[in-house]
Design a protein around this ligand. Structure first.
Ligand code: TMP
Length: 202
């Protein structure tokens, strides 16, 4: 039986989600049992897949890219997320299924039904209790990313606008699970908005 809480942090590169995740983890620890984790590349095999996904300099076809993210997810769910939830922990996860919908679906143009089906296979049907989308215009987020870009970050402004719209579409379709925060605000303001969403849950 599920006892813990599974919260995912989503948004386009440079949206500030990792900063907020770390800050929330610091805020909740040690009163709550927290684990911080991420996709891709939480540990072990995942780290190897992350290295390929972010740094491989040859061609990766969009469907292959999806399968690599999904392989990382399947391992991550079994090895880290499910055990932690079963122990009653709060799992703060930097990216999860919605990244594949936004990036490979809306961004790369793969079929959304196909992605949803594959996501479900990779997770065994486990869904986040809450997902926060950190939304900011792409010009701002790309400025935050800076000039040292990884393989995904070089995809271009049009790609990232599709990713952003994808996230907003997901939030429209699942308003109970997915909350959108205005991540153009200052770090302190975004954190205060984040706490307003999190506090009633914990
Ligand atoms: P990040 O750890 O800096 O968020 O980088 C992970 C990158 O991988 C980011 O560009 C988003 C991308 N990504 C996908 O395209 N699909 C996915 O399913 C996941 C989890 C990440």
């Amino acid at each position: 039986m599920k006892k813990g809480l599974f919260i995912t942090f989503e948004g386009a590169d440079g949206c500030g989600k990792t900063t907020q995740l770390n800050r929330l983890a610091d805020y909740l620890t040690p009163a709550k049992a927290i684990i911080k984790t991420r996709e891709p590349g939480a540990k072990g095999l995942g780290e190897k897949l992350r290295e390929i996904l972010l740094n491989y300099d040859g061609e990766i076809a969009p469907r292959c890219e999806s399968f690599l993210f999904l392989a990382d997810r399947a391992q991550h769910i079994e090895q880290i997320v499910k055990p932690a939830i079963n122990e009653g922990k709060i799992v703060l996860c930097d990216r999860h299924t919605d990244s594949t919908v936004a990036y490979q679906g809306y961004g790369r143009g793969l079929d959304l039904n196909e992605i949803n089906y594959l996501n479900n296979l990779a997770t065994g049907g486990l869904k986040p209790d809450l997902t926060i989308v950190f939304d900011v215009d792409i010009e701002t987020s790309m400025t935050r990313v800076g000039t040292e870009k990884d393989r995904m970050e070089t995809a271009g402004i049009e790609f990232f606008n599709r990713v952003r719209n994808g996230y907003l579409e997901i939030a429209k379709q699942e308003p109970e699970r997915v909350k959108v925060l205005n991540a153009a605000k200052s770090i302190d303001e975004v954190f205060s908005d984040l706490l307003n969403i999190i506090k009633p849950l914990i």
